[in-house]
Design a protein around this ligand. Sequence first.
Ligand code: ZN
Length: 249
Amino acid sequence: MATVVLYMEDRRGQEPDPCYLRAFDAIVTEQGPDFVVLDRTAFYAEGGGQPYDTGILSWGGGEARVLRVTKEKGVIRHHVDRLPPVGPVHGAVDWDRRYAHMRYHTSQHLMSGLVWKIYGARTVGNQLYTDHARVDFQPANFTPEDLARIEGECNRAIEAAHDIRIFQEDRLVVDSKIGDRSLLDLIPASIRRLRVIQVGTADYCPCGGTHLRNTSEIGRVRIAEKRSKGKETDRIAYELVPTGSERPT
Ligand SMILES: [Zn+2]
């Protein structure tokens, strides 16, 4: 049976917001040599440029560290340092790490949306970490002035405190809205409903990641460098600098 992914549930009217779920109860349904499968999880499995979550699984009399979470052929594996028995467990996500990934992921969508609007450059790759991120744009050959503009536009959108909406939308609708901006053909044709992340008016993009509720939680974008990654492709590396105005979590 497939694992219910708790952060993918509809965020409207949910308290806490599913992306902010740090702890949950679940059942171990399957044991591997160094991993378990759960009936439900709040742990993020590596994918889409967002790293996996870490944390703890505990049960009556025992505790294991979740070292890595992967998804293989649709099965979410929680790799652990000791095996919990089949049965009930309590899961706790390492929140500092996860929340940093959320801040970087939402800021990446914001930057990708703005760069598309201003320069017509697509995002062709991205990788997030807890303390920096990089995004590859194509076609692009940004000047220092362009980078200053991108940084400024991102920070204006953050200061405007845009809400982030997450909803399901028909694939054809998504396709008609984003056209040749996205590599939608990489998503299997059998998937007809897509999970869309909308960052204010700045970005609209299908994604399976975990995201903030409001851009004000991002902090301040500081572009560290730009590097050419070959033909018409530029890689922007940036950091998020706390401003103190982020909402408490
Ligand atoms: Zn994403």
